[in-house]
Write a protein that binds this ligand. Structure first.
Ligand code: IMP
Length: 181
């Protein structure tokens, strides 16, 4: 394990198996309809890349970037779009792909924003969910793992832009963010 980790929460194998199951579930629900997968940058990129290879329906991608925590482990509450979608979602079946739902503030804002663009349907798929930290309601349709209230990194998730390329998900040793925050 990386020396900044406290413990491994999800191994590479556990993630691989669950992501495959999620792809299969999404495939059977969408019954061959075209899906527009909207990845939330940058945390969801690795999850999205693995997930779409298990979706057996025509899948298209787009990406949106929203203001993130910066050098912090909790959300300020204010959400801003830093990079918008490249294409219209009107009349499309949209699947938002997120790395983790924590306070819910980011997705709560994004869902309202994307709904106003008149998609045919809008669903949320997240790899991780920390329900104990919720401040705003979010209806999650596909969830990989419910996790405890600990700050995790790896498999796309970062702290201060580090650790995204770890193939597993580990709990970050709090001494690392106490030094920076
Ligand atoms: P929310 O708006 O509080 O739900 O925050 C969602 C975003 O916060 C995610 O897309 C992540 O970028 C970030 N985040 C929340 N919890 C963690 C964590 O444990 N590790 C890394 N990033 C996190």
């Amino acid at each position: 394990m990386h020396p900044d980790g406290k413990k491994i929460l999800l191994t590479e194998e556990a993630i691989r198996l669950r992501v495959r199951e999620m792809g299969e579930e999404i495939s059977s629900d969408c019954a061959g309809r075209e899906i527009l997968c909207v990845g939330i940058l940058k945390g969801a990129m690795i999850f999205l890349a693995d997930l779409v290879r298990h979706i057996r329906a025509p899948a298209f991608f787009d990406f949106i970037a929203v203001s993130s925590y910066g050098v912090s482990t909790s959300s300020s509450g204010a959400v801003r779009i830093l990079k918008d979608l490249d294409q219209s979602i009107q009349g499309r079946h949209v699947l938002i792909v997120e790395d983790i739902v924590d306070s819910g503030l980011t997705l709560n804002y994004l869902v309202e924003n994307l709904k106003s663009r008149a998609p045919a349907s809008l669903k949320i798929c997240t790899l991780l969910d920390k329900p104990s930290r919720r401040k705003a309601p979010v209806e999650v349709h596909y969830n990989g793992f419910v996790i405890p209230d600990e700050f995790v990194v790896g498999y796309g998730l970062d702290f201060n832009e580090c650790y995204r390329n770890l193939p597993y998900i580990m709990v970050l040793d709090p001494s690392v963010y106490r030094k920076v925050e």
